[in-house]
Design a protein. Structure first.
Length: 339
């Protein structure tokens, strides 16, 4: 009997985990999800041994994708998760010639273009979160031949912690809910994103991208967080109280490292190459809201077993063993800083 082909999902991302785990692949494939700690992320020799033993035909990396909230206060953790760990994974995957699908986000851009960003636009992130993600992208391109960098927008779904569940939770309390109204992007349903990742993954396995590629995939049309929240709470009205929404700018509460103003991604290249259409986030949102509200009525936690595992800092490899390119805006290699 022919051996099954392993698709390795690196990282148990809180938003993506369950959808990725339940996604059906073509006959002959099987998926396995391992946390960064289980893989040996930030211990490159252990990581190398694990990947050699597993021999996956594809790696889907979600370790570097996390929320920008609090990134300014946890710079080392963000660099570890979105840059250094990606560098190690890309280096080993490249050396073993394993195709790598790396998930990134629209936050690699500053958001001052006031038009949709193309895949060829140079990352110019202004936040710590975006800069670390841009550096992670550079690591993938530097070390891998068969790779795809997939940038996406805000993620929402019925499972895992995400903006939609936060808005519905705040809405149940009633009263006033303050929502930012100065960030324009493409809200992206997780289920549809996972389907796109599967399609791109199959293309990588079949070596359709000879020298690697960068792709964009988000929901449409673009919207602000306020518009997104308003639609979600209107849809939830039959199930819970309707709060009063107050539009704000993040600076009102002294938020630092706030999301960029307009990070719309042009997805025409993905549509042309892979026939992947942008999903209408309104329709997907309606289905998610109903699923979440009905689960709440049944007191069912649909995502408790898929909470994001923390990436430990203490077991990291020594500084002189770090690999990869520098983060955007950093001029001195941290390995040389103390010498």
């Amino acid at each position: 009997m022919q051996d099954r082909k392993l698709v390795l999902i690196a990282g148990r991302n809180a938003v993506l985990a369950q959808e990725l785990h339940e996604m059906i692949w073509p006959a002959g494939f099987e998926t396995r999800m391992l946390t960064g700690h289980e893989l040996g992320i930030l211990d490159i020799e252990r990581l190398r041994r694990n990947l050699e033993n597993l021999s996956p035909v594809l790696i889907i990396n979600t370790i570097g994708y996390a929320s920008p909230d609090g990134a300014e206060q946890h710079r080392t953790l963000i660099q570890a998760r979105s840059h250094w760990s990606v560098g190690d994974l890309a280096e080993v995957a490249g050396a073993l010639d394993i195709p790598l699908l790396h998930l990134s986000s629209d936050q690699v851009f500053a958001g001052d273009k006031f038009a949709a960003y193309l895949e060829t636009d140079t990352p110019d992130a202004i936040s710590v979160f975006g800069q670390a993600q841009a550096a992670g992208e550079a690591e993938v391109a530097a070390h891998c031949r068969h790779f795809a960098i997939l940038r996406t927008g805000w993620l929402f779904g019925a499972k895992g912690h995400n903006m939609l569940k936060t808005m519905l939770s705040l809405g149940r309390r009633g009263g006033r809910v303050h929502v930012p109204n100065d960030h324009i992007a493409g809200p992206t349903p997780v289920r549809e994103l996972c389907g796109a990742m599967r399609r791109i993954g199959i293309a990588l396995i079949n070596r359709e991208f000879e020298n690697g590629t960068t792709l964009h995939f988000t929901g449409a049309p673009v919207a602000t967080w306020f518009e997104f929240a308003a639609h979600a709470l209107r849809r939830a009205a039959p199930y819970q109280a309707a709060p009063e929404l107050i539009p704000i700018t993040p600076n009102r509460f002294g938020v630092t490292g706030a999301a960029a103003r307009r990070t719309e991604l042009d997805c025409s290249r993905t549509r042309h190459l892979l026939q992947l259409e942008q999903p209408d986030w309104h329709r997907a949102l309606d289905d998610c809201v109903e699923e979440i509200c009905l689960a709440e009525q049944r007191n069912v936690d649909v995502s408790a077993q898929y909470q994001l595992d923390p990436l430990p800092y203490r077991p990291m490899a020594p500084e002189d063993r770090r690999r990869g390119t520098l983060p955007y805006g950093v001029r001195m290699d941290r390995r040389q800083a103390g010498r």
